[in-house]
Design a protein. Sequence first.
Length: 336
Amino acid sequence: MRPAAHHMQCLEFWGGNGAADAGVVMPGLDVWVFAKPHGQAGGTANSGEGGDVHYVSSCGTGRISRVLLADVAGHGPAVAMLARTLRDLMRRHVNTVNQAGFVGRMNSEFLAAAEEAGGRFAIAVVATFWAPTGYLVASNAGHPRPMGYSSRSKQWRTVEGGVDVEAAGPSNLPLGIADDAQYTQFAVRLVAGDVVVLYTDALLECRLPDGRMLGEAGLLDCIRQLDASRPELLASGLYNAVASKCPNPPDDDATVLVLRCSEGSRAASFASRAVAGLRFLAMVAGAAASRLWRGQSTPVPWPEFSLENIGGGIIPAFGMGLGRDARGLDEQKPVV
């Protein structure tokens, strides 16, 4: 029997780089993950670590949910260390509003860690769901394009944004390639029942019986055979559908993340926000104690000081612009 999804609290952080088959519930958004590290026979949580990294975070007011899926090149202890680096970066920036800026900072800090690990890189996609407005804003760092399902048209298609032609330097490169890389963002507006699926490239690279790679078109064919009304089964179902088409399992870590816009409340409870406040104060106190007694600097997820972020947490009307300014938004096209 599948365990009940975990209800995320404000300022909580969830995920890892091991095997997983689980889900979480946040204001306005449900997330399920199926992860299978390379060379493992099972998909049970905590059975090992790989280079695929998945993390989900909820900000201090519960209005902003952020999802990261990354694939660190290679395997072994160095890759596991870089996976933990991405976890720490997500934790540090849980209250950062500007996603493109967040991905840029994450790239710079990951680059420094990757150089120490012998020159690694990671392809990644970062998505932020703004509960008050229903916008999902995504930045893609060399990662496969997500797939989206519209609850109105009942159709699946790829989800992407255009290239930012105004970028002065290299844009949307994998993390750890260039310190001056710029990251653009695009947005879709979700309604209840819409689904977005993120996945790592191991699924695309599976070989069919005739030797061809499955590819994006083949992956879309696989997911179109599944029941989109049962999103809790889509992550594992997609992996199994690919495995049934290809004679050999994926020759790499494989992860699928399913995001479903829900009909539930898009506001965190007062109790949850109060607990988040206490948790934040404990983080500040813990960081001060660590610096005083051990001489170590522990990062604190300070909130981004903007009207939409700080003001919106107090007066909801101030937060109604969240997600609307992302490049690539076109209200006239289907949502996903």
